[in-house]
Design a protein around this ligand. Structure first.
Ligand SMILES: [Zn+2]
Length: 337
């Protein structure tokens, strides 16, 4: 765990400002953090929870030094209770036991008891179970709710919480977040991850931890760049085998495909373009273009269409094998003379 206070949390200036103002009073309301998966809701909600149990909080949040902060960092503070879980729905019995019974007990060590609840996993029954507690929290109890999608939250819950909506991160903010954790990351990889994360730090961090990610990215490039020289059987055996083995990563593979196609098209039009995704592979793209002078933006446009068809197909659960073979063969046809 990275020890921080509000000020060290990168981005989200407005939320940090509001939290600082709030910490100068005696916060006792219930809160809701909203933002897409990977936007940092848990991290900043956790910082608020820690500040609320800290013995010496400041406007910048927890002191990171007192007993409560230390227990919190070690994950052993009994007064911060998390309700999330692996399953898509938290069982209502767990909700009752953890929240309803739990909030009736006074805090053990800290001056408050804080409940952090992942509302994306609470169905209507679960929400009804916490309703009364959120509406009228017992003295010394604070609820911090988190939701990617607040549209499924009961209006009665929404009316009782103060919302903090996370906004998108700039590329510069994503770079800083990644560098804070992975100081020695090389620049090419950092750029690539920043680009791929689409403004979501959680996604950028997951990619840094994902050793396969770089390999998949390079393998797709390799498949595409060699495609004009390949035979029909190479595609159906070797390339398809790779796609088949990495079926669980299809979403990433399809994005990489679109990136390579986009980069080749871009360099056809502007050979010195700095605006490409595979910046480290410029020479190889240039080589491919010079070897195959028939390549055109129309052909590459058709390749992108084939990939997009597969993306749409995946969304409606078409057969993976046939969608994948069909896409690969269409792309092959366009890239061959
Ligand atoms: Zn503290």
């Amino acid at each position: 765990m990275i020890v921080m206070a509000f000020g060290k949390f990168i981005g989200q200036k407005e939320i940090k400002r509001r939290l600082s103002v709030m910490m100068q009073g005696e916060p006792s309301q219930s809160f809701l953090f909203t933002g897409p998966v990977g936007s940092g809701k848990r991290t900043i909600a956790g910082e608020l929870a820690k500040a609320l149990v800290c013995e010496n909080p400041t406007a910048d949040g927890a002191c990171n030094n007192c007993n409560c902060c230390r227990y919190y960092d070690a994950g052993t503070l009994p007064d911060v209770v998390r309700l999330d879980g692996e399953e898509s729905n938290i069982k209502v019995a767990d909700v009752r036991r953890t929240v309803v019974s739990g909030s009736a007990m006074p805090p053990q060590i800290a001056r408050r008891k804080v409940f952090l609840i992942d509302c994306d996993k609470l169905n209507e029954e679960g929400q009804n179970a916490i309703l009364k507690s959120v509406e009228e929290p017992p003295a010394g109890v604070v609820f911090i709710l988190m939701a990617a999608d607040k549209s499924h939250l009961l209006p009665t819950i929404l009316s009782r919480v103060i919302e903090f909506k996370l906004v998108g991160y700039s590329e510069e903010e994503i770079r800083s977040i990644v560098k804070t954790r992975y100081g020695d990351i090389d620049n090419g990889r950092l750029e690539f991850i920043t680009d791929f994360s689409a403004g979501l730090p959680g996604k950028a961090i997951a990619m840094c931890e994902d050793e396969e990610f770089g390999e998949l990215r390079d393998k797709i490039f390799d498949i595409m760049i060699k495609m004009p020289e390949k035979s029909y059987t190479d595609i159906l055996y070797d390339d398809f085998a790779f796609w088949d083995e990495n079926k669980s990563r299809v979403d990433d593979l399809l994005v990489f495909m679109l990136w390579v196609i986009g980069d080749i098209a871009m360099m056809l039009k502007a050979p010195d373009s700095a605006d490409i995704r595979y910046k480290d592979k410029k020479d190889e793209i240039r080589g491919m273009i010079s070897r195959h002078s028939y390549l055109s933006t129309t052909r590459l446009g058709n390749c992108a269409t084939a990939v997009n068809e597969m993306i749409r197909g995946m969304n409606v659960n078409v057969n993976y094998e046939s969608a994948c073979c069909s896409m690969l063969l269409k792309v092959h046809k366009e890239l061959r003379q």
